[in-house]
Design a protein around this ligand. Sequence first.
Ligand code: AMP
Ligand code: FE
Ligand code: FE
Ligand code: ZN
Length: 285
Amino acid sequence: MIDLHLHSNASDGSDDPADVVRRAAAAGVTTLALTDHDTTAGWDAAAAAVPRGVRLVRGAEFSTDAPDGRGGRVPAHLLGYLFDPAHPAVLADQERLRGERLRRIRVMTGRLRAAGYDVDPEGIAARTGAPVGRPHVGQALLDLGVVSSVGEAFRTFLAKDGPYYEPKADTPIDEAVATIRAAGGVPVWAHPWARTRGDVIEESVIRDLAARGLVGIEVDHPDHTPDDRERLQALAGELGLVVTGSSDYHGTRKDIPIAAETTAPDQLDALLAGATGAEVIIGAA
Ligand code: AMP
Ligand code: FE
Ligand code: FE
Ligand code: ZN
């Protein structure tokens, strides 16, 4: 079983990187990828925890924005696998985004505090050193007893069209593709049609990016409908893109279990064939 998109508490998951690896192995996963938002801080701890018979692909999920194909722009997530984590362009992008994430969360928590909710996700960010995001605020609201789940916080206080929301300035997706490729990694468009999160891109945008270095698209994802999966699969076939499937596990911050969606072995091989920036970790312990 292959699951290529999991988060740890190096970003907005709830588990330590080592626990993510152990839990994936316990769930029967033989190849997993650690893909925290805008950081590689969990790479070493995850590598040290890989058991015999398990392979770890290390990556990250880059916060980007893409043309929507209708004249506007929308947030987009780009998975990068096996890039050199010390490449200057990677470091610069991740540092900029960490600062931007903190700025934006300060604005959102400022609005919440003004409305009487005593949330301090900066405390969470400072403790963990993680790039802070809305799930951290959701957790803070849950800890306060203001909501009964992080999911409820997303539907109410954290909603894009709500009074507390502040956007963050993400990296243009074509720049992020170029950065990942320059660092020897392979870029895969994460959940391109996760429509419940907001407006999504037209098919033409994937076509354009495929011509500019995109290697794959995440087709099987919990936020994708059966119809959309079928269309994305056909598009990938037409464009020669690798097709992945992944859970997007966030521990207790989301309801989706590890390996809820999986990637086919031949697609994993095709994906890894193009990567030169970092090694796959093969468990020996
Ligand atoms: P942000 O990038 O800070 O705007 O927050 C987006 C993050 O929230 C992504 O990592 C998503 O995985 C996560 N997310 C989106 N919707 C939900 C939800 N309904 N419940 C929990 N997490 C969510
Ligand atoms: Fe997340
Ligand atoms: Fe994502
Ligand atoms: Zn993710």
